[in-house]
Design a protein around this ligand. Structure first.
Ligand SMILES: *Cc1c(COP(=O)(O)O)cnc(C)c1O
Length: 374
């Protein structure tokens, strides 16, 4: 591809920090750079505790353990999401219960959630698609009234907000991804945001193989030992050093992505006005991070032709999720709790355009090729 769908951005200091980590003689987890990242994430989110993980998938798995999700429990989530949203809970023996999405933001339709609640329901897991917030006031109200824990899959939402509050900080727990296709990156990477301070101590233990190693390092206990279930969820300092360079530049990265996003949005406005496509919708109480630019075309056939036409011009455009309720594992482990009409229709129509820092004048080539390929 001459213009790839994604190209990982470097700020310039990543490799310097990695060599500094080596110079310190500490490449395992929770050294200087992990601590700097934790402090920065806690500053930005105001959360009780932020803990780096090796992926957002790992952060979601930690959240499922922390929420005491067990066999037969039900967890409400969209079907239009990445597999990890569901897998994290299926690993605990739980049942993902799929609810349809809103046709405007493609986020969990809060109006359908209450009807999906049963006596086995334990949690609601909204996904902030494209870094645009779900209707969190309504979802938090439902969670509160039914005594459910709310866990945000904020994989795409670092730097976005809802009514002035950062995504990842609205539920009891939030999960970010720093995968190379997201905005702020470390190749693979993620973080668990612990907003409910009562969960912070256990979160540290689960992340450190079920040991109280973190308390030991703080001098709070005189030996460390196995105290709970857990796994190795922490990243190496090599990854944290890379991420530290990116976190320091997060505001600039988000601003530049938003500028690219807005340029596409302006370019496609006349085509939307002419009825040729639909552009993303950003509710007025949401600010976003320019994570993704997508278009909604007429149907699956038009989208397939569109992607092939761009590919012929060496431009990487991609579709997104195969809805989980129609996947083999989703059918085996999950259940559907509403019509999936919007999920099925929008997932067939959606195409994502290249959006990466430094694409410069190539963006105009993508936009013109897109217009010519409708
Ligand atoms: C990217 C993504 C994940 C997984 O993130 P990793 O860091 O790759 O584990 C989970 N959920 C959503 C919605 C995502 O976009």
């Amino acid at each position: 591809m001459t213009i790839p769908f994604n190209k990982p951005h470097m700020t310039g200091r990543e490799l310097f920090y990695i060599s500094e980590a080596h110079h310190h003689g500490w490449l395992a987890g929770d050294g200087k750079f992990s601590k700097l990242c934790h402090k920065e994430l806690e500053r930005v989110t105001g959360a009780a505790r932020a803990l780096l993980t090796h992926s957002c998938t790992a952060a979601l798995e930690m959240a499922a353990i922390l929420a005491n999700i067990g066999p037969g429990d039900e967890v409400i989530m969209p079907s239009y999401t990445f597999v990890s949203t569901a897998n994290a809970f299926v690993l605990r023996g739980a049942i993902p219960v799929f609810v349809d999405i809103r046709s405007d933001t493609l986020n969990l339709d809060e109006r359908l959630v209450e009807a999906a609640i049963t006596p086995r329901t334990r949690a609601i897991v909204p996904v902030h698609y494209a870094g645009v917030a779900c209707e969190m006031d309504a979802l938090l109200d439902i969670a509160h009234r039914h005594g459910l824990i709310l866990i945000e899959d904020a994989a795409q939402g670092y730097g976005s907000s809802y009514k002035g509050r950062p995504l990842g900080t609205l539920g009891a727990l939030g999960a970010f991804s720093f995968h190379e296709t997201k905005t702020v990156i470390s190749g693979e990477g993620g973080a668990l945001i612990v907003n409910d301070a009562a969960l912070a101590g256990r979160a540290e233990i689960i992340r450190e193989k079920g040991t109280n190693r973190s308390s030991f390092f703080r001098g709070q206990v005189d030996k460390y030992t196995w105290v709970d279930i857990g796994s190795s969820f922490l990243p190496s300092e090599l990854v944290s050093a890379f991420l530290w360079a990116q976190l320091q530049e997060a505001d600039r990265i988000n601003a530049e992505r938003l500028a690219i996003w807005q340029w596409y949005h302006d370019f496609f406005e006349p085509l939307e006005a002419a009825g040729s496509l639909r552009r993303p919708v950003i509710p007025s109480d949401c600010t976003h991070n320019g994570h993704m630019y997508y278009l909604l075309l007429d149907d699956l056939e038009q989208r397939s032709r569109f992607i092939a036409a761009l590919k012929a011009r060496e431009i990487g455009a991609v579709f997104h999720y195969v809805p989980l309720h129609s996947s083999p594992a989703g059918q085996r482990f999950g259940r559907v709790a509403s019509t999936m009409a919007v999920t099925d229709r929008q997932s067939d129509r959606l195409v994502r355009l290249p959006l990466w820092l430094g694409m410069g004048e190539q963006q105009a080539l993508v936009a013109q090729a897109a217009r010519a390929s409708l």
